[in-house]
Design a protein around this ligand. Structure first.
Ligand code: URA
Length: 205
């Protein structure tokens, strides 16, 4: 498990890598039970551990940032306003929400919906990596800067990374804007729509 005392970025990156190498769950259910049993400060202020929603056998896995208030109350990712927009964007390319698999980088709601800290992300990342390995989707869709930076281990902005495919664990990976950002900046929805079309094309390839 990653020790979350203050460390340089490099030290933290090495520790996350080591923690990722040490974790090895044989099934999604075992991973879920391990995540539910974790002890972490964020968990103490949250109502639920939010693990995932949707079809674990899906060809599409979507990863967001962290649960908000609605997600914390219901114990499922993307069930509030952002989730409604996500469902609409999926449906615009012919995908139903129950056909995809959805999770987050961080399993607990940060108080007041603040951005998760580097330490909180580092703590969760080994489990997220296991999660992606076990689901092994055909395409991974990353929503927002926190998911993109954590998964692709980059400091590049989402505006530069969106619109083309990257890979994570050899899985084609598409970055797009977070639905909460699109709710605040609806003018960017057309770019996000292009990313969903790229998702659809990658699925059909
Ligand atoms: N925003 C996220 O990043 N994840 C959720 O589950 C809800 C809102």
């Amino acid at each position: 498990m990653v020790d979350c005392t203050e460390k340089s970025d490099k030290t933290q990156e090495v520790e996350v890598k080591q923690a990722c190498e040490q974790l090895n769950f044989s099934s999604l259910d075992k991973l879920k039970q391990a995540v539910l049993a974790l002890d972490f400060p964020l968990k103490k202020t949250a109502r639920h551990t939010v693990f995932s929603d949707g079809n674990p056998n899906s060809a599409v896995m979507i990863i967001g940032e962290a649960p908000g208030q609605d997600e914390d109350e219901q114990g499922k990712p993307f069930v509030g306003q952002s989730g409604k927009l996500l469902n609409a964007m999926l449906s615009s390319v012919g995908l139903r929400r129950d056909e995809v698999y959805i999770s987050n980088i961080v399993f607990w709601r940060p108080p007041g919906n603040r951005t998760p800290s580097a330490e909180e992300i580092a703590f969760c990342m080994p489990y997220v990596e296991q999660h992606v390995k076990l689901v092994h989707p055909k395409v991974l869709l990353l929503l927002g800067g926190v998911a993109v930076k954590s998964i692709l281990n980059t400091s590049e902005s989402i505006s530069r990374l969106r619109g083309s495919r990257s890979t994570y664990l050899n899985i084609p990976t598409i970055a797009t804007f977070h639905p909460a950002y699109l709710l605040r900046s609806p003018v960017q929805k057309s770019l996000a729509f292009r990313d969903f079309i790229l998702l659809r094309k990658t699925l059909s390839a």
